[in-house]
Design a protein around this ligand. Structure first.
Ligand code: CA2
Length: 141
């Protein structure tokens, strides 16, 4: 499962210097192609609402997903509910960011997601998702 949080639906429209020019749909199309090569099935979603992300993490747990790629957007830095949801499922969560939050404002240096994530891939733009999907595929061995 690939979960995207608040404002990531705006990708490609503004702030290209930070987030690149790809839209979330562009990223999704490439991820689906990569998944087909890897023999993985993807379910890619985006929501601006914290509770949806919590529900979808629970759903990934109930469905026994191989992994969740999670770009929680700004909720990364604030959401104990998402941290608790990650802790509450038996599915590895790979934290994904387009930018490298550690090179940005101080308030982005804390990640609640990272406290429970299997690992983090950040700073490679849209390629962060590709690298994260490779990491998810590697969990099969
Ligand atoms: O680098 C990332 O992937 C982030 O998760 C993106 C979040 C930000 O709050 C995190 O610190 C790092 C923001 C996503 C908002 O994306 C926009 C895209 C275009 C225009 C406005 C916002």
């Amino acid at each position: 499962m690939v979960l995207n949080g608040p404002n990531l639906n705006l990708l490609g429209s503004r702030e290209p210097a930070i987030y690149g020019r790809d839209t979330l749909d562009d990223i999704a199309v490439r991820l689906e192609e990569q998944a087909a090569t890897l023999g993985l099935e993807l379910d890619i979603r985006q929501s601006n609402h914290e509770g949806h992300l919590v529900d979808w993490l629970h759903e990934a747990g109930a469905r026994g997903a191989l992994a969740v790629l999670l770009n929680a957007g700004a909720l990364t830095h604030t959401s104990i509910a998402i941290l608790d949801a990650i802790k509450g499922i038996n599915v590895p969560v790979i934290e994904v960011h387009l930018s490298n939050p550690h090179t940005r404002e101080e308030f982005r240096h804390t990640s609640f997601v990272a406290r429970a994530a299997k690992g983090t891939i950040a700073g490679f733009g849209a390629a962060s998702y590709r690298l994260a999907l490779d990491a998810a595929a590697a969990l099969r061995q």
